[in-house]
Design a protein around this ligand. Structure first.
Ligand SMILES: [Zn+2]
Ligand SMILES: [Zn+2]
Length: 84
């Protein structure tokens, strides 16, 4: 099951499960759209994978399948992915 993380890993912005501003990579690293667009150019800085909008889990499904509450934050902040 997809881990719906509660914040942007770069800037710690809150990203509730219904947020349309959340993007994630295939490893569930989660960012806000402004970091993804302006800093990361749509590429996950952890794995180099593409960032796509996180799908919204229907509210009724969150009752038994709640979003993650574990905040993940890069202490050093995010920088654009270096060209390999
Ligand atoms: Zn952010
Ligand atoms: Zn990633």
């Amino acid at each position: 099951m997809l881990e719906l993380r509660p914040n942007c890993e770069c800037c710690d912005k809150d990203l509730p499960p219904e947020s349309l501003e959340a993007v994630m990579c295939s490893f569930e690293c989660t960012y806000c759209t402004s970091c993804a667009d302006s800093v990361l150019s749509g590429i996950c800085p952890n794995c180099g994978g593409e960032l796509v909008r996180r799908p919204i889990r229907p509210a009724g499904k969150l009752v038994n399948n709640p979003a993650s509450t574990k905040r993940v934050l890069k202490a050093e902040g995010c920088a654009p992915v270096k060209a390999a």
